[in-house]
Design a protein around this ligand. Structure first.
Ligand code: GAR
Length: 199
C-alpha cells in the first residue's frame, strides 16, 4: 500500500555502508517505507555517491553554513518537516543531532552504535575509537546497538543489540569490520521493528 509508506531520512558522514544496507532491506524485504532523503554534514561522501546512483535526494547541511547553531538547528527541523519525514535513521552520522530536532522528532530518530551500549558510548566514542577502547578494556565480546536518540549522547532506549566475539588476535580494524558486518543485518531488523511499531 504505497500511500502508507513511511518517509525515511538517513543521516551519514562517511562511507554509508549502513545506508546501503538499509536501502537494500527496504527494497528486498518490501518494508512499508521509502528513503526520501540522505543528509550529510559533508558535501562529499560515499553515502552521497550511493544516493546519487539511486536517485535519492541529498542535502548537505552543516553548522558551518549558518551564523549560529540555533539557525542550523531550525534549518534542520524545517528541512525534515518540508519533506514530510516520519523517521530519521542515523547511519555513521558523526555529529550530535541538535536538541531542537530531537524534540521535534521525539522517539522517531534511531542511531546505530558499534558497541554494546551502555558500555563504550558517549562523547568521543565513535568509529575506530570505540573498537580501540573495547580491545584496551580486554573485552571478550562486542557488537552493535540500535537505540532511540534522546538529548543525551548514546543514552536513548535500546531497540536491538547483537553480539560478536572479540578475538585475541583482533586489531581495532579487524574488530570494526566484524562489527560492521553485524550492523548491516541488525539495522534493517531494527528498522523493521520500528516500522511495526514495536520499538
Ligand atoms: C558504523 O560502524 C557506525 O556504527 C559508526 O560509524 C560506522 C559508519 O559506517 N557510528 C558511530 O560510531 C556513531 N557514534 P558506514 O558509514 O559504513 O555506515
Amino acid at each position: 500500500m504505497a500511500h502508507n509508506k513511511k518517509r525515511l531520512a538517513v543521516f551519514c558522514s562517511g562511507t554509508g555502508s549502513n545506508f546501503r544496507a538499509l536501502f537494500r532491506a527496504v527494497r528486498e524485504r518490501e518494508l512499508p517505507a521509502e528513503i526520501v532523503l540522505c543528509l550529510s554534514n559533508r558535501s562529499q561522501c560515499g553515502a552521497f555517491d550511493f544516493a546519487h546512483e539511486q536517485d535519492i535526494p541529498t542535502l548537505h547541511l552543516s553548522e558551518k553554513q549558518f551564523e549560529t547553531f540555533e539557525e542550523f538547528s531550525l534549518a534542520m527541523v524545517a528541512a525534515l518537516r518540508e519533506r514530510g519525514i516520519d523517521f530519521v535513521l542515523l547511519a555513521g552520522y558523526m555529529r550530535k543531532v541538535p536538541d531542537a530536532v530531537v524534540e521535534a522528532f521525539s522517539d522517531r530518530i534511531m542511531n546505530i552504535h558499534p558497541a554494546l551500549l551502555p558500555k563504550f558510548g558517549g562523547e568521543g566514542m565513535y568509529g575506530i575509537h570505540v573498537h580501540t577502547a573495547v580491545i584496551a578494556a580486554g573485552e571478550t565480546e562486542s557488537g552493535a546497538s540500535v537505540h532511540l536518540v534522546n538529548e543525551e549522547y548514546d543514552k536513548g532506549r535500546i531497540v536491538m543489540q547483537r553480539k560478536v566475539p572479540v578475538l585475541p588476535s583482533d586489531t581495532p580494524e579487524s574488530l570494526a569490520a566484524r562489527v560492521l558486518e553485524c550492523e548491516h543485518s541488525l539495522y534493517p531488523d531494527a528498522l523493521e521493528k520500528l516500522l511495526a511499531g514495536q520499538s
